[in-house]
Design a protein. Sequence first.
Lengths: 417, 173
Amino acid sequence: MLVFAGFQPLAAQDEHGQEDHATEEAHGAAGHGDSACCIVEDEDHGYDPVGTVMEHIADQNEFHVWYNVHIPLPLILYAPEHGWSTFLSSKFHHGTQAVDGYVLNHGRVNRVADPSFPQGEVHIECVSHQTEMVDEKEKDVYYVCYEGTAYKLDPPSTLDGGVLGGGITSFYDFSITKNVFTMILGAIVLILLFMAVARGYKRNEGKAPSGIQSFMEPFFTFIRDEVTVPMIGEKHYERFQPFIMTLFFFVLICNLFGLIPFFPFGANVTGNLAVTLVLAVLTFIVTNINGNGHYWEHIFWMPGIPAWVKVILTPVEVLGLFIKPFSLMIRLFANISAGHIIILSLIGLIFLFGNNGESVGGAATGGIIGGLFTAFMNLIELLVAFLQAFIFAILSASYIGAAVDEGHEHHDEAHAH
Amino acid sequence: MAETLFLADFSVIKPDPGLILWTSLIFLIVWGLLAKFAFRPIQEALKKREYDIQSALDEAKKAREEISNMQAENDRLLAEAREERAIILKEAKAHKDSIINEAKGKAKEEAQKIVAAARQDIENQRMAVVTDLKNQLGIMALEIAEQVIRKELKGDTEQEAYVKKLVDDVELN
């Protein structure tokens, strides 16, 4: 399985790289004939390692399986000036067709905001990009060529307020993307798995556990005995056990699915800030709605220290409220994204060493070196998948534990450590 | 350009509202369903099983203790019974001895009585024999004397007078 996992992305990447390249060239050739807008730039016809890696860890509106096989995913798009649009991503014909002003650009839906662009399904010549100065920052701007005219493409809105290069654009994408698809799959697997386990407990009541039940029981008791009980305490842990369990298994299954390089897996779910943001916010909410008087007292008016220290400490503590979930969000996102980037970079060695298909020997060298390193990295990533799920769960449990802690025994423990 | 390209394309750091919505929805559904139909029942079942195992162990321990208590009790009873037996045996022996001694005493007494009675009897018998013998001897003496006397009395008046006088004496006796 692991050896397989190590070599599979190699093949997938190989096909994908070639395919990308081929379509771009085809578009370019088509564009040369009819319009000027497609000749804009030829500078990045070589292998672009950063672009390829970024595209692969990004969320996508279709599932790329193999060479030119794509699984279409349902699109749910909302543009304030246009209303809702829902259709399957197969309508784009892998980017050669525009639908109601929506265009598939590198696997992601973009929209032409210009009202003069025709509605309905129209053939487009190419998608090209230019580097422009927007608000005194260099930015990649994509254009779609239609009947010799270049139309600017808007990416989907993001909630970073422009700080990270995104921002609110002319439309919102609520589609079942690759990440959403993988999460739904993971959710179904988790639900079926634990329903089966729960049935086992019903069936084997008063008897020894058997089958899948005995396989999953150590996970349950591990989370209980190593995470929730020590972190939250004997008295309160039961209330939070389902939440911590769900967190652990949701993160774990998303991490593991991300490591399997073929359909229907391979989506970088937990390496997407939106996903870790939701998980961290839920932890924040669960922690703070369960915070008792003792917890809030320690945040706003720490007892037992001089008043002038309190004035300094209170803002720090209040900041800490938000830093804790923020660190949860960044930690998981960064770890998983980094793992994917490393593996994709190692696979990219094939194309770098092979000098874009010119040197077969170089490609072979890159394949061997990249393949070995990827196999090794996959093992590390497997560890990271479990470790990060565990860390997310145990830290969430410790934040909740601090919120429901009644004080006395905790001080003794703190001194004892 | 590379830097901006990097930032521009690094889409995973830009939180997409659609993904946020779907993640929240999926996570909440998973949480709700698993909590209700899996994690809580599993937790209850585990707790119950742990309780059952603990109580079974406790019961076994209690039973073991009871058995060992019973053993001790049995030993104690046995020891008591042995002691009791020893006491009873001792008493019985003493009783036996006293009975034997008593019987011996009685027997001795009886024997003495019998011997005394026999002795009396013998004495009586002897006295009877002696009396009889005396009588017989008296009679024999008289007869001898009578014959002697008869022979001498045939010639002498004087002797007749003596006999006469003897007869007189006898009558006086």
